[in-house]
Design a protein around this ligand. Structure first.
Ligand code: B12
Ligand code: SF4
Ligand code: SF4
Length: 342
């Protein structure tokens, strides 16, 4: 399907929007909500028993290693509250080792934001992003609070008013692995997460070296899908995921929030929403029955955002299904007809 430039994003805001508290996501609830905590324990048990028995030692080793950067320097395991590890909002380099010791003083001046935007995209691609778009940052997509799963701290997020742009990057996932077993799909997912931490932290450091603020973000700090739609990377599908013209939903998303003056991209229209009305493949293939038949702007679980007309996904059912298998799932990516072979 051909992408057309649209004057405004194709999603429908029909109710009152409130910034979402990260504490309400299913992943955060694994730390404080007893009903979801149980699922986390079941997940770990199934992982130790079912997955280890079903798959070879090499397959498990490959899968676990692909998550290594994400789970360590990428702070995914347990933290995911932002501003930590490779996702730190300040450079981790010692001041005397960084390119310039007084960046504020040496801020790059007098440049054309449109040219700079093109440059940023080339740099992001060089660091490993497959698709890059720039959006004017809509505060509604920034979490109201960050949640630290290890400490239980739920601190308000307040960004500098100068941080006006989101550079959104899509990292494609391996097509063959997404199509094979759940463990192989999780290997592709893990590599995507590790590449996210790499690409976003390097791009942020590049921008800091020009003298500007840059906040690299993975799953933390803001909702990636609406940001990606605003940045012209694709549209929302029935499966609750961003559908890109190039790879369909087979991408991971990360972003860098910055005060570097940039020119935003226009959103695009692919006709996804109309296509999804009749397609229903994700709905029919999701064994957890987590994908909705009809669109609504109401939340269907404690972990949904209300106010936007969309096919809601029941994240509790989705995560319950993972916990039974002991591994995450990518079936709603695999079966989507927009997920084409390259
Ligand atoms: C928590 C989470 C989950 C939870 C479920 C969400 C929940 N309710 O808690 C669990 C762990 C179950 C999960 C499952 C999956 N996830 Co997930 N998840 C997230 C995470 C970390 C936070 C999202 C969130 O806060 N959701 C809570 C509320 C807001 O959920 P919601 O109301 O249902 O809204 C969803 C969508 O409607 C959309 N959305 C929210 N607000 C708005 C506003 C507008 C205007 C629009 C258009 C859309 C939109 O984003 C939300 C995604 O959960 C994001 C990263 C991020 N920061 O965005 C990744 C993320 C959305 N997941 C992703 C993926 C790929 C998956 C899985 C396929 C697993 C996998 N193999 O990776 C499944 C798919 C499930 C599905 N069909 O949606 C990708 C999506 C990439 C893409 N192509 O869009 C993301 C961006 C992670 C990443 N790094 O790339 N996920
Ligand atoms: S990840 Fe699997 S369980 Fe979750 S919504 Fe997609 S198909 Fe259903
Ligand atoms: S599988 Fe079909 S219904 Fe589901 S998101 Fe893809 S195109 Fe839409």
């Amino acid at each position: 399907m051909k992408a057309k430039i649209a004057n405004k994003p194709t999603y429908h805001v029909v109710g009152k929007l409130n910034r979402f508290n990260q504490k309400r996501t299913v992943l955060s609830r694994t730390a404080w909500d007893p009903s979801i905590q149980q699922l986390k324990h079941a997940y770990q048990t199934a992982r130790r028993t079912r997955i280890r028995k079903k798959h070879s030692r090499e397959s498990s080793a490959l899968r676990d290693a692909s998550w290594y950067v994400a789970n360590t320097l990428g702070t995914f395991a347990g933290f995911m509250h932002g501003n930590d590890g490779l996702y730190s909002w300040e450079s981790l380099e010692e001041p005397e080792e960084s390119l310039d010791s007084n960046l504020e003083f040496q801020k790059l001046q007098r440049f054309d934001p449109t040219r700079m935007s093109a440059k940023i995209k080339r740099v992001a691609r060089f660091y490993g992003a497959d698709l890059i778009g720039i959006a004017r940052l809509n505060d509604f997509w920034v979490y109201s609070h960050a949640y630290n799963r290890l400490t239980g701290k739920n601190a308000p997020i307040s960004l500098s008013k100068q941080v006006k742009s989101a550079i959104v990057m899509a990292i494609k996932m391996d097509c063959d692995r997404i199509e094979r077993s759940d463990l192989e799909a999780s290997t592709a997912t893990g590599l995507g997460y590790s590449r996210m931490a790499f690409a976003s932290s390097l791009l942020a450091e590049f921008i800091r070296n020009l003298g500007y603020q840059a906040l690299p973000c993975g799953n933390d700090t803001a909702l990636s899908i609406p940001l990606a739609i605003d940045a012209g990377l694709g549209e929302l599908g029935r499966n609750g995921l961003l559908i890109t013209p190039q790879f369909g939903p087979r991408v991971r998303l990360c972003k860098v929030l910055t005060d570097l003056p940039l020119t935003p991209d226009k959103p695009i229209s692919l006709g996804v929403q109309r296509f999804c009305e009749t397609c229903r493949r994700c709905l029919e293939n999701c064994q957890a029955h987590a994908i909705s038949e009809n669109r609504t702007a109401e939340a269907i679980t404690a972990s949904n955002n209300s106010g936007i007309l969309k096919w809601q996904v029941d994240g509790e059912k989705c995560f319950r299904f993972w916990s039974e298998k002991g591994v995450d799932c990518s079936v709603c990516i695999k079966v989507c007809p927009f997920n084409r072979r390259e």
